[in-house]
Design a protein around this ligand. Structure first.
Ligand code: ZN
Length: 455
């Protein structure tokens, strides 16, 4: 029997693993209906930095206009390629003092730029020093109050508090826009693991007086501390698991992502309903390690009820996802390995992984997969449906991402956000993440508050 959705919007894979490919997998003839959930073998790999070339403008900043009134550059020579005059050609009657006055400089600065020059001859060239950079505008009282509020969450005398205070008092910080200042404060002042990485890098930067506002912008753009995948964050607490009962198995034929196979069917009773779990009997050992039935059922039992209600069926595939090559292309990750996949129809596929995955990874990744089901039912195909525009706007407004993997597509961004949202709910990190991802949190709560769309 074919229990796969006939026309389900592609639900993307979960985070990719950076492990070497095991065996050559032929590329699927047609794009997969569902997206893969990559394995988590890459958790300990340092997060790659985003390519931020093009974002930085420090080297291209033009010199500000020289101060002065009237026509101060009457005698100025435009150097080839230079945006502003930097050389002055002396005219009859000029003195160092009069030229300095004309250019709005102090005589000392002009003299320092032209050592050895005493008396001016007409036609003589003078180096015009760059005017001092204007002081950054003062940090607004609103942002100052916000800084004070966030610093107050750290005990007096804590080294983190001192680091933050120094960074938020720096000229580089003052050079950011108020919106950037707020983002940086909310990013770096939390106690959660994402903020911790950001704060350490911020402290390093703030230790140098040469640090520029652009370097702080770069910090926001590259987001050190962001996990590869949200499921890779340490478990905040052992989840509570709903009571369940497993009935079976019975023998069944099932269509897995890797193809039709004989399976053991277990009927899992949870919340007064039954979720069938098909465990493939066609196992390819070289494709890796499978979760046990018990681990998967415990994962189902740990799901928030709203997520569990979205799952109609679970397939425990004995082989890797044949669509891995396709997703590797879509996500520009040739080594991509699916861990789990799901689509709007509510079927979750789980694949073998090279390394054994923990119960926590299973718990968190199942939440992630229900994000694909939920978003697919709410806004349709993520690759084409315009109803995704609101989510895109929320992501852009927040700027920061819940994980590196969230950046691979809008649907991964949604699923990673849902995972972080649910894992942190009711914990000390909840308020911090809400402050870091305010637009996404609001959009997520609107989705969760709406009656679950039916398939
Ligand atoms: Zn995914």
């Amino acid at each position: 029997m074919d229990l796969k959705p006939a026309a389900a919007p592609a639900a993307p894979p979960s985070p990719p693993a950076l492990e070497p490919q095991i065996g050559a997998t032929p590329a699927p003839a047609a794009p997969p209906k569902e997206a893969p959930r990559p394995g988590f073998e890459d958790w300990s790999v340092p997060m790659p930095l985003m390519d931020i070339s093009g974002l930085l403008t420090a080297g291209a900043a033009p010199r500000g206009p020289l101060p002065g009134s009237g026509d101060p550059f009457a005698g100025a020579v435009q150097e080839q390629g230079a945006p502003q005059p930097s050389v002055y050609r002396a005219r009859r009657g000029d003195t160092l003092q009069s030229v300095a006055h004309k250019l709005g400089l102090s005589s000392e600065d002009l003299q320092a730029a032209n050592p050895g020059v005493k008396k001016l001859r007409p036609g003589q060239l003078l180096q015009v020093p760059a005017p001092p950079a204007p002081p950054p505008p003062p940090v607004s009282p609103e942002v100052q109050a916000h800084v004070a509020d966030r610093l107050a969450s750290w005990p007096e005398g804590a080294p983190e508090r001192d680091q933050l205070q120094r960074a938020f008092g720096s000229p580089a910080f003052a050079g950011l826009t108020p919106d950037e200042q707020r983002k940086l404060v909310d990013y770096a002042s939390g106690k959660n693991p994402i903020s911790t990485g950001g704060r350490e890098e911020l402290a390093r930067l703030a230790g140098s007086p040469k640090t520029s506002a652009d370097q702080l912008r770069n910090l926001l753009a590259t987001e050190p501390g962001a996990p590869s995948v949200v499921a890779g964050l340490p478990a905040i607490a052992e989840p509570s698991r709903a009571p369940y009962q497993i009935n079976g198995p019975t023998q069944a034929d099932n269509t897995f992502a890797s193809g039709p196979a004989r399976a053991s069917r277990y009927d899992v009773e949870l919340d007064g309903r039954t979720i069938p779990v098909f465990l493939s009997q066609d196992i390819e050992p070289k494709d890796g390690v499978m979760h046990s039935l018990d681990e998967v059922v415990r994962g189902l039992a740990a799901l928030p009820a709203s997520s569990r209600a979205l799952i109609k069926q679970v397939n425990m595939d004995g082989k890797r996802n044949p669509s891995d090559a396709y997703w590797g292309e879509v996500y520009h990750d040739p080594g991509f390995r699916s861990y789990m996949t799901a689509g709007a129809a509510g079927v979750v596929d789980i694949y073998p992984t090279v390394y054994r995955q923990t119960q926590h990874a299973c718990d968190a990744s199942l939440i992630h997969e229900t994000g694909h089901i939920l978003s697919g039912r709410t806004w349709g195909n993520w690759q084409s449906d315009p109803r995704w525009a609101g989510w895109d706007a929320a992501s852009q407004k927040d700027g920061l991402s819940p994980s590196t993997y969230a950046r691979s597509s809008r649907t991964e961004d949604f699923s990673e956000t849902l995972t972080l949202y649910q894992l942190s709910k009711g914990t000390p990190y909840e308020a911090e993440y809400r402050a870091m991802f305010p637009a996404r949190w609001a959009a997520m709560e609107a989705v969760l508050a709406a009656p679950p769309p039916t398939q």
